[in-house]
Ligand binder design. Structure first.
Ligand SMILES: [Zn+2]
Length: 282
């Protein structure tokens, strides 16, 4: 599975505990010379999801570890899982062991789901490259969300409105890592839940949600609602199938998030002025 040259074709391959990114993305970012040599001509970078550490590169059929004992910590099953993702890019991972891992953290998934009225969100098996975010990190979204985001960003720019991405896809493992570290520091579950979505319940796991910002504005602050960018989104985002997930006083009890928008296939499409318009009343 060689990587493609054109960024439009770059993909993140997602397995349960590891993920693979196109090596071309990281060529400019490497510090150590030894790593630079391993990265030269590499196809994929393999990263551990829970702490984000790069553990190996893949060049052709060869897997080269990036530090001593990097690979024994990864099971054969993880690489099989990665191969399944490469073969089924539009599939989703089963929710599987997530509820067990939530139990270990002291969080009852069923109880939480009932309390907030949100479902567990499965992870896609692969994601498309949607450009870079505000911090020059690669932004990963599902293919349709990525296309809609890039269209919407372009349309806004034509109206002299600048939209930038702050955060797109995030994995269960990443969110579990945040929780685990906070629990280890002695924080109570409810205190963590006041500021972080429970792992598995964030729309960001789907690859369809996006935190949007604009220049000169701090990320993820309620003051975003006073910007021209927010006004433009309220007017136009629905035309690109993006919707505000957590308006004021939403039924999930989640704080108002004017920056958080989610793409969905089932939302209102742009009106087609034609004779085949849907009859009134449906
Ligand atoms: Zn968000």
């Amino acid at each position: 599975m060689p990587t493609r040259t054109n960024p439009r074709h770059w993909r993140l391959l997602n397995a349960s505990t590891i993920e693979a990114l196109p090596a071309r993305l990281a060529h400019a970012r490497t510090r150590a010379n030894a790593d630079a040599r391993k990265l030269a001509n590499a196809d994929w970078l393999i990263r551990r999801k829970d702490d984000g550490r790069f553990i190996a590169v893949r060049r052709g059929d060869r897997l080269l570890p990036l530090f001593r004992n990097a690979l024994p910590s990864v099971l054969e099953d993880d690489f099989t899982d990665l191969a399944i993702s490469a073969a089924n890019p539009h599939g989703q991972h089963p929710i599987g062991g997530l509820t067990d891992r939530l139990d270990e953290l002291g969080l009852d998934a069923d109880d939480y789901a009932q309390r907030v009225g949100l479902p567990l969100v499965p992870e896609p098996r692969s994601l498309g490259f949607a450009g870079f975010d505000r911090y020059r990190r690669p932004l990963w979204l599902t293919d349709p969300a990525s296309a809609a985001w890039l269209d919407m960003q372009r349309a806004a720019r034509e109206d002299d409105v600048e939209l930038d991405a702050i955060s797109g896809y995030r994995s269960h493992a990443y969110q579990l890592g945040i929780f685990r570290r906070k629990r280890e520091r002695g924080l109570a579950i409810d205190d963590i839940l006041a500021v972080n979505a429970a792992p598995g319940f964030s729309e960001h796991h789907s690859g369809n949600a996006l935190d949007i910002g604009t220049s000169g504005e701090p990320p993820a602050e309620e003051s975003f609602e006073n910007t021209a960018a927010f006004a433009w989104l309220c007017e136009n985002a629905a035309g690109f199938n993006f919707h505000l997930s957590y308006p004021r006083n939403n039924p999930h009890g989640i704080v108002y998030e004017p920056w958080h928008w989610c793409w969905s296939a089932g939302s209102v499409a742009r009106a087609e002025p034609s004779a085949s318009a849907t009859p009134v009343g449906r």
